[in-house]
Unconditional design. Structure first.
Length: 396
């Protein structure tokens, strides 16, 4: 039986944890030295029980509250119930013939912080964000195998230094997939690789944004997709009737991966531009060559470093937007996106305002998105709703 340890919460933190906040920060606990990863912990404010969860160090904190009921056991039945409820919430997606890739379990939003599970046409990818949650691997895998129709299971261990992915053979159970595994989101096809490192080839949380690009904004446009990764936004734009797409990413692998994504969708690769280059250098090049675009897509990582540039979304996003504004045509669209959890939508809109003021330009926000329905979050934990996407029309 897993050991249970009682921890005392500091007075300054008791109120927020009692309000439903699920993440346990190291500063909230009076003492936790020597506690092993995966230990079941009970939190108390003096003699008052606050909640029960597990000890697991990750970049966000030292554990998660999983239940407010002291007598609820964190056993196989607990995991079965949480996973079953989460899968029921995605019932419409499981029967949607246009979409075969989505999230089926979203951490604290589905009741277990530090754990996510993604679905790829019958295959499941389980991501563990601490050694603590990884100690419950048997319960999670047993739940998947016993309750659902599973072709195969892969995992991503994301609890190395600063939450980095641990290189390994990620296959866990069932049958191995044949790669590329072709999946769909809103009839856009993606070549995915579930056993090639931390990222599989497509970000599932941008499903609605790609669909909007395809159906409302791409037709007849020349589209620049920066920090393009495997070109998913470019594919959506091309399928939506874009005259041409230009995909720019620093990683050498981005070009063959983007070519593959175009090919699996029957798009003429020769009609597109795929450029391996530092995005910041490309902006300078575009200004020098007087290039301009009808649509510019900005989806940078929260933090990035190249030989000449360092980017941190929390402080550098306005400057990045200024460069995008400079090469966007009048009445063109800038799609500004960030997955940085350290600021919310209001601050993000402040970045937009700051950038347009600096360029003496005018703009109108025409669409905005956060996480789709398969990425549920908790109102008590705003940091979990990390995605911010704003469609901006440049007016002058």
């Amino acid at each position: 039986m897993t050991k249970t340890t009682r921890l005392n919460v500091k007075k300054d933190f008791a109120k927020i944890l009692k309000s439903g906040f699920p993440l346990i920060s190291k500063d909230a606990i009076t003492a936790y030295e020597g506690i092993q990863e995966g230990t079941i912990i009970e939190l108390f404010d003096g003699q008052q029980f606050i909640g029960k969860g597990y000890f697991g160090v990750q970049n966000k904190g030292i554990g998660w509250i999983l239940t407010r009921k002291r007598d609820e056991r964190l056993d196989q039945s607990f995991f079965d119930q949480r996973l079953k409820k989460a899968f029921e919430r995605r019932g419409d997606l499981f029967i949607d013939e246009t979409t075969t890739a989505f999230r089926v379990f979203n951490g604290e939003g589905d009741g277990i912080g530090g754990l996510t599970i993604d679905y790829y046409d019958g295959y499941y990818v389980v991501s563990w964000y601490s050694e603590g949650i990884y100690t419950f691997k048997k319960q999670v895998i047993d739940s998947l195998l016993s309750l659902f129709d599973v072709k195969g299971i892969y995992e991503k261990k994301r609890f190395d230094v600063k939450g980095k992915y641990i290189e390994d053979d990620d296959f866990v159970a069932g049958e191995r997939a044949t790669f590329p595994l072709i999946v769909k989101q809103n009839d856009i096809q993606f070549a995915t690789y579930l056993n090639e490192g931390a990222m599989v080839g497509v970000f599932l949380d941008q499903r609605e944004v790609r669909n909007t690009i395809k159906n409302k904004y791409a037709k007849g446009k020349h589209v620049l997709n920066t920090f393009s990764y495997t070109g998913a936004f470019s594919v959506a734009a091309a399928l939506g009737g874009a005259v041409k797409t230009t995909s720019v990413d620093l990683a050498n692998r981005s070009k063959p991966k983007t070519i593959e994504q175009f090919q699996v969708n029957g798009i003429d690769v020769e009609a597109q531009d795929i450029i391996v280059e530092d995005v910041f250098n490309y902006f300078h090049y575009a200004v020098r060559k007087k290039l301009s675009f009808d649509m510019v897509i900005l989806d940078p990582p929260s933090f990035a470093r190249s030989k000449k540039h360092t980017f941190s979304a929390g402080k550098d996003y306005p400057a990045l937007l200024e460069q995008a504004i400079a090469i966007t045509k009048r009445d063109g669209i800038i799609i500004a996106s960030s997955n940085c959890s350290t600021f919310g939508m209001n601050k993000f809109k402040g970045f937009i305002e700051k950038a347009f003021k600096a360029t003496k330009g005018k703009y109108k926000i025409v669409e905005e998105y956060s996480l789709p329905s398969d990425f549920p979050t908790m109102k008590e934990y705003k940091e979990g709703n990390y995605l911010k996407v704003v469609f901006i029309q440049k007016l002058g």
